[in-house]
Each structure stands twice: as C-alpha cells, then as structure tokens.
Write a protein that binds this ligand. Structure first.
Ligand code: URA
Length: 441
C-alpha cells in the first residue's frame, strides 16, 4: 500500500477501504506518512467527502491510535455528553448533578477552553480547592459511590486526533463534516462512553452557521455511533447568542448554581433539561425522553440536583460554602458597563464576539499555553428580544485590567444589534437527530 495511491483514490472520489484508512492513520502516527501527504488526504476528504462507513473507519482508526478509558468497573450504562462548542455553555455543571441524582452514572472527562469557547475544567477550577486531577481509581470509586465525578482528560486518548487537528488547523481543512465528526466521536469513544448525547450548536457562535449544516454534522456523528455500537442522539440547539447571561469561569459557576436552585436564565434551564432527558433515557433510567424530563424537573425543583452538586464539591475538595456565599469565588476588581447607543430591541448578540471579548479580558485562552483569569467575564443584562433605552446597560464587564476592559467593551458593543422592531422569538432546541431520523421543531 502507498499513501500516494490512497490520496489519488480519494482525490478522484473513490471510497477508501478500512485498511487504507488505518494505513494512513497508523503511518501518520509512526511518521511513515509525512505531514504533507496527510494534508493532501485532508484536502481530498474536504472536497470529496467520506461515506458513513469510511467516517466510522476513520473514527475507529483514530481511537486505536491511543489508549481507551476502561469504565467497565462502573456499574450502569455510561452516557457522555458533548457540546460542539459554545459561549456561556455551563450545561455540564447543571446536567451532571441532575442526571446523577436521577440515578445515571456520570463519569465525565472534560476539557479546558480554547479560543472563544470555555471549558468545564476551567469553570470548576474557579471553585477554591476543587480537584480536577483525579486518579483513575478515585474517579471510578467516586462514580460508583455518588454517581458523579468530573475530571480533566488523562491518558493518551486519540493522539491521532490531536496531530490531525493541528494539521487541519493550518491547512484550511477544519470545517469538513467527516473530519469534524470523526474527531469528536473518536474522543468520546476513547473516553469510554457506552452512549452519547450531542449538543450540536448552530448560529453565529458555532462552527455550523445554519441548521442544515448542523443537521448534516449531527447525522454524520449519529451514523458513526450506530456503526460502532454506541447509541448516539443529537440535539440541534441555538448558539446565535450566548447561553444564559454570563460568560467567564467564576461567573458561570454562579449562574449554574442559580439554575440548580430553580432560578437563573430560562434558556439554560431548558437546555439542561433537554440534554439531561436524553442522557437519562439512554442510560436506561426512563422509558422516554418525556418521562425523563418529568423526573429531572422534579429533581431540579426539589433541590436534589443542588444537593448532588454539593456532594460533588465535597468529594473533590471544592469549597461548598460557595453555594451560599459566592464572594468566596474569585472576583474581578472592577466592573465596566456597556450601554445602549439607541432605543429599540436587541435583535442579535453575536456569540462569537462575546466569546472573543471574554477571552480579551482573560477568561479564555488565546493559545493553549495562555494563563487565564478565573474572575473576569461578562454579564449580559439584555438578551435577544428585550427592549432597551439609550444609555441603559446592555452588559457588565468584570475586569482586572482596564486596557483589556476598554478593548473588550467595544467588542461587546459591536456584538449587539439594536433595531426598532422586536424580533421573532427563536427556538432554543431546533431539532433532534437519532438513528431513526431527523425531526426539526
Ligand atoms: N471540535 C473537535 O473536537 N474536532 C473538530 O474537528 C472540530 C471541533
């Protein structure tokens, strides 16, 4: 077998065999297939696409490039959740405790944020004492005992994805559906999931700008799941504005706690209930998503979700006093108000710009080695559909560096569109993709 012939085959639109795909990935990891040939493969896939069989083979070749987490000692069906990247997305902090309180094991390995999107591990690390570096034994024992553990990714999971992603990043081949789908699914499968709930975002803050694109990506991932024996369900959800009202690590923890108290923004509550329902259902703790939702609403409203979060904090060294006294969390020195320049209605808030502004303040990483500031961030006083008058605060910036604050304030202002007419309400959950088909709401 020669990489040259495989590139030629893909370039001319042929379907690659599983052996050819494995040859490429193994060769790429050993160095036998150099970057320039792999870049040509990625570009050929970008233009020619892949069948669902090829995409599943690529996924498993990537999984086989590294270790797999063995969660078999955790009793029950382990359902993982993945979001394709959002701004203000603190759902794991809410969904994890809710689903665990419903009896489904939550063995969550989360990542750090990069670019304009945040990461669950960074958010949790804003809680004084919270330990995200659990060893394998502690992690497994904790999930068996209290149904939930959240740790940082350990082990050499899907190393071919890291290498290939870096290559795609510099060869303009990131936004290829089979390459994104195999990249996401390989990491979930390597992390030991029995079943997977995906939150595929669409809108200004997402990779997939339209619902059609998001559905295509979701279908590709659901098909991989079916082909490799991991039941997968995808929700298509709106990321045309940030989720909830806060962006920034400690600020998002506060909002997640409010949500667990049955308060907080309605979009956050709704998304958590939807994602959680499918997780509970796939874990076999309910017969339908509707029944699972009823269970979760009760758990949220009777405080069991908050109690589970407290238990999570206590078990991982986090200071659970934050639940009653948020002043224990890192706090920024100063706030800057961003005010409306006109009367009208907020018709759009470009999520990506808000994410970039939060990153400018220090809440996110420009490069993977950047040091982040857990205290800083943005609180959105106004969201899409709300009325504003000139001079009213649209958002508050929590800053530690005034120069960065000035730059971020302009970006936040640019992110808002204010028009005379109230926009139509946009749905939060736009569709559902399962192995049975696609439903658009
Ligand atoms: N997120 C991933 O994990 N992989 C991609 O290819 C794109 C987004």
């Amino acid at each position: 077998m020669r990489a040259y012939d495989i590139i030629l085959n893909k370039r001319s639109g042929q379907e690659l065999t599983g052996e050819e795909i494995k040859f490429l990935i193994d060769g790429y990891m050993s160095g036998a297939v150099p970057d320039y040939q792999m870049a040509a493969v990625a570009m050929a896939v970008f233009f020619r696409g892949m069948t669902s069989r090829e995409t599943a083979d690529l996924t498993m070749a990537i999984v086989d490039s590294g270790e797999r987490v063995d969660l078999s000692r955790i009793s029950g069906r382990k359902v993982d959740k993945h979001s394709t990247g959002g701004v203000g997305d603190k759902t794991t902090l809410v969904v994890g405790p809710l689903v665990a309180a419903a009896g489904a094991p939550v063995a969550k390995m989360s990542g750090r944020g990069l670019g304009h999107t945040g990461g669950t591990i960074d958010k949790l690390e804003s809680i004084p004492g919270f330990n995200t570096a659990l060893d394998k034994e502690t992690f497994i024992e904790q999930v068996n005992r209290i149904k939930i553990a959240i740790g940082g990714q350990t082990g050499n999971l899907a190393p071919a994805d890291k290498k290939l992603y870096a290559l795609r990043d510099v060869t303009a081949t990131v936004d290829s559906i089979p390459l994104i789908a195999s990249s996401v699914m390989s990491k979930k499968i390597a992390a030991g999931a029995d079943a997977i709930v995906l939150d595929v975002k669409t809108g200004s803050g997402a990779f997939m700008k339209t619902v059609d694109e998001a559905v295509t990506l979701a279908r590709a991932m659901v098909e991989i799941g079916s082909k490799v024996g991991r039941q997968t369900v995808a929700l298509i959800t709106d990321m045309d504005q940030p989720l909830g009202r806060t962006v920034g690590n400690a600020l998002e923890v506060i909002e997640a706690v409010e949500c667990l108290r049955g308060q907080g923004p309605s979009d956050l509550r709704e998304l958590c209930l939807e994602l959680g329902s499918y997780m509970v259902c796939l874990a076999g703790q309910a017969d339908s998503a509707g029944q699972a939702r009823d269970i979760l609403v009760e758990i949220l409203d009777n405080g069991q979700g908050l109690a589970k979060f407290k238990e999570l904090l206590e078990n991982q060294g986090g200071d659970s006093r934050i639940l009653d006294d948020t002043s224990i969390l890192p706090a920024a020195r100063k706030t800057i108000a961003v005010t409306a320049q006109a009367d009208g209605f907020v018709t759009a808030i470009q999520a990506e710009k808000i994410g970039v502004a939060a990153m400018t303040l220090g809440a996110g990483r420009e490069t993977k080695d950047s040091v982040i500031d857990l205290a800083v961030g943005i609180k959105l006083n106004k969201k899409v559909g709300e009325q504003v008058t000139k001079g009213e605060p649209l958002a508050a910036l929590y800053v530690n560096d005034e120069d960065k604050g000035t730059i971020a304030a302009q970006t936040v202002l640019d992110a808002y569109s204010i028009r005379p007419l109230q926009p139509e309400t946009r749905k939060l959950v736009l569709g559902l993709v399962t192995s049975e088909g696609v439903t658009i709401y």
